[in-house]
Write a protein that binds this ligand. Structure first.
Ligand code: NAD
Length: 473
């Protein structure tokens, strides 16, 4: 049965609903899941070298569609530079994961057991069909981040990207269809939240990236279907700046970490704690640097800060700003509210001083280019503030040297701590890490352990010789 319901999509630079896609029916969702599942066994049987070859062929195929992919992503998100980066990084990600998988699948020797005549052979069985549900802030990158290791593990994968940014699916699907060995086991399904809820009933394992609120629903639905679920959720990453830190570097790094991609990253720096004695100098540097950053307006090639992608996010950013200003924060530089320009919503890098934890902007995810700053006196006070939210995705510490910052960082409840830098997990893929507190659940999505998440471990316990077992009657 074909769906005749089309979903309208807003253009973040113009505010116009200028794109639609058909919403799949429950029957279409089931059929697509069945198709992918039925092709999975042959994919698994190919072995790792052949799977790598197929991904390498796809990588070359994508390069033919790179321009249309960048164009579609730019329309989806309203920003050009990050769209180019997302599209160009696919080739690097494929190469990196192929390298990790080659090592991961290298044969390992049989194990011996505590019982001398029992030998152990281990193997790993992929979950047949992996579902990936992804958000709008890095639509392509976050659709593929779990997909590549799952494919290499030998799973089929179905991806349901965000309905806010679906335009990139068409060019990417063209590249998949031109790689027949991959088209049998990989598919993108444009759809909304209901599509995601329907899809997860047909998969054997789910990777969800999105908000805590949706993550809760998805986790409950996966529990009902008795399938594993990996959750990568929201953050409220703190940066701590201590006496003796290189303030110029700290200000530059924090400005970038808070405002790149218009602050729409799970690992954005969303709150800054600076030691009282250096606050004045730090804020002067931060303000000067923030005022040098421009909006990507009027054209997409201008400036650095694109529009707020989702119009729902605009009301959250505005509510957090209003709440902070009403509760006594001051606007050092930036916007008191998002500004509408030619139909798109924009927000300048905005520094707030005099922030405190009664304000939403210090405890709830804002997902905008807002830098609320608070001062502290002692290390213990700074750490208590940094640990004072329900989130634990990542954090940053700046101090007089890396050893001091590292020592302080050991007391932070988060999965990744950048030392004398911000948001390094966006660039360093080798560090295995998990999300703490409400920022997520499940194993690391980085490194070799990420591949193992998609496989079930099996042990063969082998008696090779005819020996009478001492436990027999
Ligand atoms: P969201 O939770 O609104 O939506 C995420 C995805 O879930 C979308 O594809 C949506 O269609 C789907 N969905 C909605 N309801 C569903 C349901 N009931 N069942 C199944 N799927 C459903 O999140 P968003 O607004 O798209 O993304 C922003 C959020 O994502 C932020 O909180 C951000 O911090 C988080 N995020 C986390 C990471 C990470 O790695 N931890 C990375 C990027 C973004």
């Amino acid at each position: 049965m074909k769906s005749d319901r089309r979903y309208p999509v807003r253009n973040p630079r113009t505010g116009v609903l200028d794109y639609t896609f058909p919403l799949p029916t429950p029957a279409q969702i089931r059929k697509e899941a069945e198709r992918l599942r039925s092709n999975q066994v042959a994919w698994q049987q190919k072995g790792i070298n052949e799977r790598i070859e197929v991904l390498q062929t796809w990588k070359h195929g994508i390069s033919k569609h790179l321009d249309e992919l960048i164009e579609a992503l730019t329309l989806d998100t309203g920003r050009r530079y990050e769209s180019e980066l997302e599209a160009k990084l696919i080739a690097q990600s494929i190469d990196r994961w192929c390298g990790v998988a080659t090592d991961f699948f290298a044969p390992s020797p049989d194990k011996t057991s505590a019982i001398p005549f029992i030998h152990i052979k281990q193997d790993l069985q992929p979950y047949p069909l992996v579902g990936v549900i992804s958000p709008w802030n890095f639509p392509l990158l976050l659709a593929l981040i779990d997909t590549l290791p799952a494919l290499l593990a030998g799973c089929s994968v179905v991806i349901k990207p965000s309905e806010v940014t679906p335009r990139f699916i068409e060019p990417l699907m063209r590249s998949i269809q031109e790689t027949p060995a991959l088209a049998g086991v990989l598919s993108f399904m444009a759809g909304d939240g209901k599509t995601g809820a329907a899809l997860l009933k047909h998969v054997d394992l789910l990777c969800f990236t999105g908000s805590v609120a949706t993550g809760r629903k998805v986790y409950a639905a996966c529990a009902k279907n008795f399938i594993p679920c990996f959750l990568e959720l929201g953050g409220k990453d703190p940066a701590l700046v201590f006496e003796g830190a290189n303030l110029d570097q700290a200000a530059a790094s924090i400005l970038w970490g808070s405002t790149v991609n218009c602050g729409q990253s799970c690992l954005s720096i969303e709150r800054v704690y600076v030691q009282e004695s250096i606050a004045h100098d730090f804020l002067a540097l931060l303000k000067a640097k923030a005022e040098n950053v421009q909006l990507a307006y009027p054209t997409v090639s201008d400036g650095q800060i694109g529009p707020v992608i989702s119009d729902k996010q605009v009301s959250i950013i505005n509510a957090h700003l209003q709440d902070a200003l009403e509760k006594g924060a001051s606007l050092l530089t930036g916007s008191a509210q998002c500004e509408q320009k030619s139909g798109g919503w924009y927000c300048r890098p905005t520094v707030l001083t005099g922030a405190n934890h009664t304000m939403k902007v210090m405890t709830e995810e804002t997902f905008g280019p807002i830098i609320p700053v608070m001062t502290f006196q002692t290390e213990a006070e700074g750490l208590a503030l940094a640990n004072g939210t329900v989130f634990g995705l990542s954090a940053a510490v700046f101090a007089k040297d890396w050893e001091t910052a590292y020592h302080i960082g050991q007391h932070i409840e988060a999965g990744a701590i950048s030392i004398n830098e911000c948001a390094l997990t966006s660039m360093v893929h080798e560090g295995e890490k998990q999300s703490f507190k409400m920022s997520g659940l499940g194993g690391t999505r980085m490194g070799a352990a990420a591949i193992k998440r998609f496989m079930k471990q099996r042990a063969f316990l082998i008696k090779k010789e005819a020996i009478a077992a001492p436990w027999w009657f």
